[in-house]
Structure formats: C-alpha cells, structure tokens
Design a binder for this molecule. Structure first.
Ligand SMILES: Cc1cc2nc3c(=O)[nH]c(=O)nc-3n(C[C@H](O)[C@H](O)[C@H](O)COP(=O)(O)OP(=O)(O)OC[C@H]3O[C@@H](n4cnc5c(N)ncnc54)[C@H](O)[C@@H]3O)c2cc1C
Ligand code: FES
Length: 244
C-alpha cells in the first residue's frame, strides 16, 4: 500500500473557475511528490465531523490543486473558505488510473474532470480528452483545461450539443478512462463493450474514513465486495455491476 500523509496546510490560492466551483491550491509537498492520477485526499471540512474526499486535480512543484464543486453542506463550507485557512488532509489515497501508452480517450462528466486533468498532465501524449457539462456556466475556466480538449454541453450552449458519451461515440475507437456521474459511467461501459476496448472508470461514494476501515464505501462486483476507497476509486469496467 502507498504511504499516506496526514498533514495540515493553508489555502494558498482560491479562485472561482465555474459556477459553484472553486480551485484551491495547497502547499502539500508529501502529497504532491507521491500522488498518482486518480488518487484523492480526505479534506477536513470545518464544523463537520467527517472529511470529504476530493481528487487531486493538479500538481505544481510542492503544491496541489483541488477543484471543488458545491453540491451539499460540506462542499458549500469548503468553497466558502478564505485564503490562509488551514485544513487537515490525508492522502494520497486509493488506486490510480493505469498508464496506457497507446491512444486512449479520457471521458469527463462534470466535476469528474478533476482526476483526469492530473492524468492528462502526467501523460499528455496520445489522448483524446472529452469533457461534458450540462451547460456552459459549469465549464471550467479554460486556463484549467488542456488546449485540445473537446467540449460538450447538454443544452448546446458551447461545443458539441449533447452529452459527453454522444461526443465520445464520434471518436476513433480506443481504450477509455472515465470519471463522472454513474449514468454516464454506465454508458461509457456500454460504449467500451460495443467497441471491444478496455475501460477504467473512477467511482464515487460517500466516504467516512477513506482508508478501508469503516466499510461505508463497499460495492458489489463480479469479484465480490470491493471498497471504493482502497480497491478503487478506479475499477476495470468488466467487474462492475451497475443497477441503473
Ligand atoms: C474518490 C472521490 C473523489 C472526489 N473528487 C471530487 C473532486 O475532485 N471535486 C469535487 O467537487 N467532488 C469530488 N468528489 C465528490 C465529493 O466528495 C462530494 O461531492 C462531497 O463529499 C459531498 O459532500 P457535501 O457535504 O457537500 O454533500 P452532502 O450534503 O453530503 O450531499 C449533497 C448531495 O450530494 C450527494 N452526494 C454526496 N456525496 C456524493 C458522492 N460522493 N457521490 C454522489 N453523490 C454524492 C448526496 O446524496 C446529496 O444529494 C469526490 C468523491 C470521491 C468519492
Ligand atoms: S470510506 Fe471507510 S472503508 Fe471506504
């Protein structure tokens, strides 16, 4: 198992990067030097008992970037914090996306783009990167996106009109790495099966501990129960059972 670090770090920079979405930078040398694309950190959320899982979206020297979208109470608190606020965080946690040397397609739905940004940065060659949001307000600031990314919006307000799976279907077949909402991941798995290519998808769940102790994130797979926090969050498509 990879070594994990429980650190306390101040918010060095925070900026709005889309509707309800903040990018935050932290000085976190141990995490920055050890994190692999797809791994996450459990971040202290002031006034809440439980930390929240957040993917590492970027690494720059000894700094890491997290991109946080407001969906509930915890992320509302996190996205409202000011610069210099100190937070505890534990990581890097979980497994990572596999390194694929040949051509591959990165498929990101909504805030699921976070771990794939780090992947694209670490392995910039031979990738098509597609990214979908429901409308242009939620698209990340282009300074946070790779130049060649292909965008879709459900309402057609920018880029390809339709969902990110429809956009993916227009591309030449290749192995797929994906992160996003469950219905999108289920469709990605269908596409991979139709194309007869491997797919690796990053799953989400509510997490209490983040390191395998509470069993709160267990899912059933064709290989028995797996914990999203330690066996995942990245799983090969062929072992997953989706009930959508
Ligand atoms: C491995 C991993 C990496 C993640 N990376 C990021 C990231 O980089 N950026 C980011 O913004 N978010 C990320 N998330 C999701 C983030 O952890 C949740 O949005 C957050 O924990 C919600 O907390 P809350 O208190 O705001 O919401 P709550 O008040 O707990 O819930 C609000 C609503 O969101 C739903 N919800 C809560 N958590 C999840 C979840 N994990 N999956 C699906 N629905 C959920 C609830 O059912 C509810 O409807 C990640 C989750 C995991 C498991
Ligand atoms: S979150 Fe506790 S075991 Fe996964």
């Amino acid at each position: 198992m990879n070594k994990k670090y429980d650190i306390e770090s101040a918010i060095l920079k925070n900026c709005i990067v889309a509707k309800d979405t903040i990018a935050m930078e932290f000085h976190a040398p141990q995490i920055a030097q050890n994190v692999l694309p797809g791994q996450f950190v459990m971040v202290e959320t002031p006034t809440k008992f439980l930390r929240r899982p957040l993917s590492v979206a970027g690494v720059d020297g000894n700094r890491i970037t997290l991109i946080i979208r407001k969906v509930g109470e915890g992320t509302k608190i996190l996205t409202s914090l000011r610069r210099n606020t100190r937070l505890k965080m534990l990581g890097p946690l979980g497994n990572s996306f596999p390194k694929i040397d040949g051509r591959k397609i990165l498929v990101a739905g909504g805030i699921g783009i976070a771990p794939l940004l780090l992947y694209a940065n670490c392995f910039p060659k031979n990738s098509d990167f597609v990214y979908g949001e429901k409308n242009s307000e939620y698209l990340l600031d282009e300074n946070y996106l790779p130049k060649n990314i292909k965008i879709s919006t459900d309402d057609g307000s920018r880029g390809f009109a339709g969902n990110v799976c429809d956009l993916s279907r227009t591309l030449e077949h290749a192995p797929i790495l994906a992160c996003g909402p469950e219905p999108m991941l289920a469709e990605v798995i269908n596409i991979a099966a139709e194309w007869n290519v491997p797919a690796f998808v990053s799953l989400e769940s509510r997490m209490a501990c983040g390191f395998g102790v509470c069993n709160g994130c267990a899912i059933e797979t064709t290989q028995g129960f797996k914990k999203i926090c330690t066996d995942g969050p990245v799983f090969p498509a062929e072992i997953l059972i989706f009930s959508i």
